[in-house]
Write a protein that binds this ligand. Structure first.
Ligand code: FES
Length: 121
């Protein structure tokens, strides 16, 4: 099932979070729903943001172990379970058990200090 088909997926134009909620060089999770929720991850470097489904392509687990704790290093975010590293810029896995796979990109942009869900590309 694509993230867009998730029953709790919000429509394009939904504000995901304030830009200030996303730590610079870090990540912030937004969760929609409660039963098998849709988990989105926003990554930030300065004024640039990227959004992905927060689901490791390896075992389909969230990248974080504890709420809102994302391990990042030099534009990479690490899966806390088996230490795969994914690039902020394209979600590509550069190291770990799911090397050469990628996070699922979610269209998002910044507008007036808010991170907004976009249309499909
Ligand atoms: S579940 Fe993410 S690297 Fe294994």
């Amino acid at each position: 099932m694509s993230w867009r088909e998730h029953p709790d997926c919000p429509p394009p134009g939904t504000v995901l979070c304030a830009l200030s909620a996303v730590p610079d060089q870090g990540g912030h999770e937004i969760v929609f729903g409660t039963h098998e929720p849709l988990r989105l991850l926003v990554l930030r470097q300065g004024d640039r943001i990227w959004a992905y489904e927060n689901r490791c392509p390896h075992f389909s687990l969230p990248l974080n172990f504890d709420p809102q704790v994302f391990v990042t290093l030099d534009g990479l975010v690490m899966c806390a379970h088996h230490t795969a590293f994914f690039r902020f810029e394209d979600g590509y896995c550069v190291d770990g058990p799911c090397r050469t796979s990628a996070l699922t990109a979610v269209p998002a942009h910044c507008k007036d200090g808010q991170v907004v869900l976009g249309e499909d590309r």
